[in-house]
Write a protein that binds this ligand. Structure first.
Ligand code: 1HN
Length: 351
């Protein structure tokens, strides 16, 4: 695709072509040669833009939604984080949706299920729970919770303060595939079928039930990855050798298969000791990054921001990412990496 430039086209030839394009358009055809280079770029050129959402600046506006609409009326009271390059499309990358969800004391977000898979990352407040297929889990800051495709889920707040978390869903992926189904439950809150902690004990303690034989793409039955465990693992490995591009970074897995917790969304946790600066790295999976602890500076392509606790930023496909921690930083991130890997498309370039 780097062939010598063709000769310039005369005005009459251009007019003749334009008339031809109009005639074939009547039959729903269009010439490939006018769009080929945009269709098959030499490297990814995402319309998504790098962007940051600073929680300290957003928090009041999120809480304001709580005075305008109830969780019940909204069904889910969420402010969508819309990528500035993809406005009106309800997405943060081409394949992923993200939003900040608010639930006030005493409220419930009614039970439903859908083919879209979801993750939650708890950011602010205590006392809320989420229930997934008959088991509740108390939501604590930094907990990574999943609701795999077609699992029943509802949320509630039994505490006395507002609770806010980040939602990540594969909505644009499912929309692209036209594979979306959803249904509401008759019960607004699911009946508990198992006690809290049951799934983690059965599937998340380096053991599984003796006759459990998951298929490779099955989502994990572990639906909460408690923050204290993640943090303890990162701190333990931080005594060892760091990766120049990633610091200390772990990938969340389905402990029964080693695959990502859900087939469409991969998630990661990263520890950067104070003063650590990663070397730049670019990857084809557009990524949403959340700072859970610490602060620092991030470079995405030619942009640069400072980040603090609970800030969210997005790194579009193939833009170089570089992080510097000025206090010990714990970063959570998610992307469509497992989809790209399953399709043989994922690439990473360490710069
Ligand atoms: C959903 O079910 C939740 O369960 C959050 O909390 C956000 C956005 C679109 C569609 C379904 C939730 C959602 C969603």
């Amino acid at each position: 695709m780097n062939a010598a430039k063709p000769d310039p086209v005369s005005l009459s030839a251009q007019r003749e072509r334009a008339a031809y394009y109009e005639r074939i358009a009547a039959n729903h055809m269009t010439p490939l040669w006018e769009v080929l280079h945009a269709l098959v770029p030499t490297q990814p050129k995402s319309p998504a833009q790098a962007a940051i959402w600073r929680y300290a600046e957003l928090r009041e506006q999120v809480l304001e939604a709580g005075r305008l609409i109830s969780a019940e009326e909204a069904e889910r009271r969420v402010l969508i984080l819309e990528n500035p390059g993809l406005r009106g499309q309800s997405c943060i990358t081409q394949s992923l949706y993200a939003g900040l969800q608010l639930i006030l004391p005493g409220e419930v977000a009614p039970a439903h299920r859908h083919t879209q898979s979801a993750l939650r990352l708890v950011l602010d407040g205590e006392g809320a729970y989420t229930a997934v297929d008959g088991e509740r889990t108390t939501m604590r800051r930094g907990d990574f919770i999943i609701t795999p495709s077609w699992t029943w889920h509802d949320h509630g707040n039994l505490g006395n303060e507002p609770v806010v978390w980040l939602d990540g869903l594969d909505i644009p992926t499912v929309r692209f595939l036209d594979a979306g189904f959803a249904e509401k439950s008759e019960l607004s809150s699911q009946q508990a079928l198992r006690p809290e902690g049951d799934a983690l004990a059965r599937y998340g303690a380096n053991m599984v039930p003796v006759d459990y034989a998951p298929k490779p793409a099955d989502p994990t039955r572990v639906f909460v990855y408690p923050f204290e465990r993640t943090r303890a693992s990162l701190q333990a490995i931080a005594h060892g050798a760091s990766d120049p591009h990633h610091g200390f970074k772990l990938r969340y897995v389905n402990p029964a298969t080693g695959a990502s917790p859900m087939p469409t969304i991969g998630a990661f946790a990263q520890w950067l000791p104070a003063g650590f600066e990663t070397r730049p790295v670019q990857a084809t999976d557009g990524t949403v990054v959340v700072c859970l602890e610490g602060s620092g500076e991030v470079n995405v392509g030619y942009q640069s921001w400072r980040f603090h606790e609970s800030d969210v930023f997005v790194v579009p496909s193939w833009q170089a990412l570089q992080l510097r921690a000025d206090r010990d930083a714990l970063m959570f991130s998610f992307s469509d990496r497992p989809v790209q890997q399953a399709l043989g498309l994922w690439r990473e370039q360490r710069l």
